[in-house]
Ligand binder design. Sequence first.
Ligand code: PGA
Length: 252
Amino acid sequence: MAARKPLIAGNWKMFGRAADLGEIAALNRAVGRASGTIDVLICPPAVYIPAAVAQAQGTSVLIGAEDCSPIAVDAARTGEVSAAMLADVGAKYVINGHSERRQNHKESDDLVRQKAEAAIASGLIPIVCVGETQAERAAGKVAEVVSSQVRASSPTQGGAFVVAYEPVWAIGGNSTPTLAEIGEVHALIRETLTGQFGASASEVRILYGGSVGPKNAGEIFTVPGVDGALVGRASLKASDFSAIILGHPAAA
Ligand code: PGA
């Protein structure tokens, strides 16, 4: 099996303005050669994607989206953006089923799977997010919740995809699971994917997300089975995000 190339993805959420897109060029300068051994991705709000793609032109920084419609073809879907449109303007990846969408927009596993399948059909690589709430962790249900989300949200029709393990309680806060806990859940996700997809599951990258920053990224990247990170707040500034990327063993 070829080694999985690490992926470090920034999720800008609903932050930033056109003026902040200069961070992409700054990021490219700061990470230098590391982007040859690590896939570096920025997912800005949809309206800024074309300008972000222009900023990233000629650099190795990849641009992605934070969400897409479950419908791959043109359709009467007011307010939605299709994966085909995202691909048309130069996006390469799309985040699907982030917990903020699962919570605020009541996105089900089934909808997340349809979005991921629309992404693949349009030539994008979906990053499917899963993760337990604080209450589910307290009730000892991490394995049950995460494996059932993986089984029901993963795209089934073939094509590359990524899974991001993001414990809901770790997002936007200051706490993360212990390194041992992160390792356990990543192993569980790998096992679940293997049960579902067989040998090809070894190609799926599994990221950790939730309060990753320059201080803790290095140790998280040493956890077996962690193929990179999905980063929120600390991806907004090139200084923080590049420190995370340069802290990966593959950047050396
Ligand atoms: P955070 O967000 O890094 O700000 O905790 C992570 C995410 O929501 O992907």
